[in-house]
Design a protein around this ligand. Sequence first.
Ligand SMILES: *[C@@H]1O[C@H](CO)[C@@H](O)[C@H](O)[C@H]1NC(C)=O
Ligand SMILES: *[C@@H]1O[C@H](CO)[C@@H](O)[C@H](O)[C@H]1NC(C)=O
Length: 738
Amino acid sequence: MGEEKYLPLFATTRAKGRVLYRLFAVSVFIGICLICVYRVSHIPKASEDGRFGWMYLFAAELWFSFYWFLTQATRWSRVYRQTFKERLSLRYEKELPGVDIFVCTADPIIEPPMMVMNTVLSVMAYDYPPEKFSVYLSDDGGSELTYYALLEAAEFAKHWIPYCKKYRVEPRSPAAYFVSTASDAAGNNRSHYQNQAGDSTHIKKLYENMENKVESAVKLGRVSEDVRSKHKGFSRWDSYMSKRDHDTILQIVVDGRNPNGRDVEGCVLPTLVYLAREKRPQYHHNFKAGAINALIRISSSISNGKLLLNVDCDMYSNNSVAIRDALCFFMDEEQGHEIAYVQFPQNFVNFTTNELYASVRVINVELHGLDNYGGPMYIGTGCFHRRDTLCGRIFTKGCKSEMKWEDNKGEEIDVHGLEETSKSLASCIFEENTQWGKEMGLKYGCPVEDVITGLSIQCRGWKSVYCNPKRKAFLGLNSTTLLQILLQHKRWSEGNLQIMLSKYSPVWYGHGKISLGLRLGYLRFNLWAANCWATLIYSTLPSLYLLRGTSLFPQISSRWIIPFAYVIIARNIGSFVEYMWCGGTMLGWWNDQRIWFYQRITSYLFAFIDTIVHYLGYTDSAFVITAKVADEDVSERYEKEMMEFGGSSPMFTVLGTVALLNLSCFAWFVKAAITKGIAEVYETMCLQILICVVLIIINKPLYEALYQRKDKGKLPSSVAFKSMAFAGFACLCLGRRP
Ligand SMILES: *[C@@H]1O[C@H](CO)[C@@H](O)[C@H](O)[C@H]1NC(C)=O
Ligand SMILES: *[C@@H]1O[C@H](CO)[C@@H](O)[C@H](O)[C@H]1NC(C)=O
């Protein structure tokens, strides 16, 4: 059988409806041009009121037009990928390469050990030859609790993995599985196997047992003496001072090459490793990027898999064959050698039906657009990398790096010796005077280390692939308060803006290295933060000028109203159709618009200011992990789709000020209009009225949280007072004609 006869392992198809979309985009473009013509040809005279507002609105419109142009890069021609896993098995089942899976956790309080263990167990149960993959847990908290949970999870895995294989259980995160069977049990029993019911009860009992032990340790805040004395491993904590000051703690918890690494049926288990890298106060630890780089080195000495997968500790695997999906790309004879990484989308469970806090739907659409121009960016979780490209290898045409399995040892190894010799790889001083964090591994010094690393890999000539099968490969927990969402977006947009200004900017660094489409696509994300000014202008000035009685838009009888109306309607219908097409609900879209607006005037604004301050050399950006567990109260309000503000923050003062400003402008305007006659005002200012009214409707939950609600999720009264003061001040200063 000649190699040319091989059928490809994956197929790429173009999105349907491209022509329609392009016609639509062109029509919007014409509308935008006409708006600019109107703005330039109708500038108010210096003596008239409104010249100032006019200029600002025009500047905002120019920005929106430019940004709209960038977003077209992500939609102009989208591609979809399909994999053929049976072909992969037929051809390469014996030669599948080694895979190392990294799970990173940082804090046992914010990221509870049971959640982390469910993620670990879900990836340990992958449908993949167990001697060929290893799971590494990096615990940046260096917590005994997490370590203890991992020991318990390793014991439980000995029952759980054979159970999964025997009954082809999905999903393989035990918690998610038991939730799904609980809802099933009431109706028909879906098991196709005899005895499953009995085994299922048994396994559930084991799981609950483990859960109880771990949770009680977590509640106690430490591991009991009784448990400590049973496991030698805890002695490693003897020299432990604090989370920020301790030696490397490395333990191979399960080793498939040794007799203890077998499950209850005698089958080999995947290797499982616990790592808490060395931390010293005088060395910067570089957050998650530092943890992953330590894992890359440690894993190279223990298992040295050719492929690396990293998942966040709150993202469990929902599809036990996802590794094979990824391998279909890497092992494809034709194109596989060009591909550096395969990115899966970030998806969340725990959505309420209407997605109160917005979703990642839109980003997931846009990555298909980037895929056509050389591949999506690396978004930090759910991504398979080639080990050598992540370590800095440059792409050379025609050079195929071998992806196949090499059986190196086979004999039993001295686990303790291996741990001792590998430990130094995770020490603080190891990276001194090396390329780690620069050209090797993940880059340091950027809040979105993943995006900048992906970009530099693409700039070295590699491609990436976006794999988004119907059944989601990874599912994470969504944040449940508005503040968490806003802070998370602040970090993302801040990091992205830093990339834009750094030496790796797609504008200059990417020139000649990646395609123009991809550069524009990156810019669309890199410039997120810069949207804040135009959005702030558009959400305040039209209302303030409404109060002044000055029109900034064409009259309703003028022909110039047509491009404005068209662009507004087309933009909204376009985003609505896209949202519904991705499976959203109508109310979900409306909520999405609200969050989109809130992010722009708070997260992006603060990110923009912080980036500038950072460049002037004042502060260092800090990494904030967002809490993924909610207390009872919060969950209840979440179910009811009530917005959870989650504390006091200057961000809320900005939101409150903008919301109250619009409300008061509108109220005063109505009062004035009644004395003047509605019809005449409406004729000259219909668009300003529309903008103001839409902003008031979209802010309804905010007014409620300021004045009406009594529960704990409402906004504190200090925010209400400050917002009122700022809004009142703005109306007094700007809302009257001089
Ligand atoms: C997760 O996996 C289950 C099968 O176990 C599937 O029914 C479900 O649709 C998947 N979830 C998503 C969001 O794809
Ligand atoms: C997520 O949903 C599961 C089941 O639907 C629930 O048990 C869990 O508490 C939820 N988590 C959060 C953070 O709301």
